[in-house]
Design a protein around this ligand. Structure first.
Ligand code: CA
Length: 295
């Protein structure tokens, strides 16, 4: 597939494992995490500087809270984070009994609940789960026996939930009910070949197409979840592409996170931009605003 998309890097910093990019429409800023260093970054395009908040633990994912601040999935469970007052308040710890696991990717659903999944820190056992944090602080298990819980997204009509267990190499679609948060009837919509890498983080555009970061595959692909066809592709100069989200004034800039994790010294020499945050500006596609946590 020919590639005519030009990327730029956002900041000089090379992350160990950048993830969970979120565009904050109200404050016109991009947020993301470095999972391994436990840092949350905020960056206002045009100001050319970023702020860092250290959570003090592995930091899987963040989402905006409607009342301000963030909800986060950290190594030790769900937290509320206030970047201004630099505070971290525990909400619930679903896997207190599983210290070998950590939280990974997460996102809010159209009804303002926070979904986030877990994975083993080492190995490839299916000991992860996908959780849903309700707006009252209670939680439930949505999917059991997950290898590496990763990308998620909702269709523009809010009737379908898309989900990636990276180790399965599959992008799944479930019928979703916004009222209850129930999901049912999982089916495979796209399968990534072993030769291409692993599907990782994901976002959905205005037309309902899926933008999937390919870990170990140096690209982000745009898929039609109805046909399974690949419609477009953004090639990047780094192999460990971890996630993406739309942002910017018109929601037509795609922000892409990447990592140094899993690369040998020789590979890092070949990929000096590994761990960068990339942006592809003024795409002909437009994203959807991210949902915020309503609790
Ligand atoms: Ca990920």
């Amino acid at each position: 597939m020919s590639n005519t998309h030009n990327w730029k890097t956002l900041v000089e910093h090379r992350h160990a494992l950048a993830e969970s990019p979120v565009w904050d429409t109200e404050r016109k800023r991009l947020l993301w995490v470095d999972i391994l260093t436990g840092e949350i970054y905020s960056y206002i395009p045009g100001e050319n500087k970023h702020n860092i908040f250290k959570t003090g633990q592995l930091t899987g994912a963040i989402a905006l809270r409607e009342n301000g601040g963030l909800v986060a999935a950290l190594e030790h469970g769900f937290y509320f984070i206030d970047l201004e007052n630099k505070s971290c308040t525990p909400v619930a710890d679903p896997e207190r009994h599983l210290p070998q696991n950590r939280f990974n990717d997460g996102k809010c659903d159209p009804a303002g609940r926070f979904w986030a999944g877990t994975m083993p820190k080492e190995g490839s056992e299916n000991s992860g789960k996908l959780y849903m944090l309700n707006t009252d602080g209670s939680f439930s298990v949505k999917i059991d026996r997950v290898g590496c819980s990763n990308g998620m997204g909702w269709s523009p009509d809010h009737r379908t939930f898309y989900y990636i267990d990276t180790l399965s190499r599959q992008i799944m679609a479930y019928a979703y009910c916004a009222g209850t948060g129930d999901i049912s009837g999982g089916r495979v919509v796209v399968e990534i070949l072993a030769s291409e890498g692993y599907p990782d983080g994901m976002c959905v555009d205005e037309q309902g197409m899926l933008w999937v970061a390919i870990w170990g595959g140096s690209k982000v692909c745009r898929f039609d979840p109805l046909s399974g066809n690949r419609l477009d592709q953004i090639d990047l100069p780094v192999s460990q592409v971890s996630s993406c989200c739309f942002g910017g004034q018109n929601l037509n800039d795609l922000y892409i996170t990447s990592a140094r994790q899993g690369l040998s010294d020789a590979k890092l020499q070949e990929q000096p931009l590994a761990g960068s945050i990339f942006v592809v500006s003024n795409l002909k596609y437009k994203g959807l605003s991210s949902f915020s946590y309503k609790g």
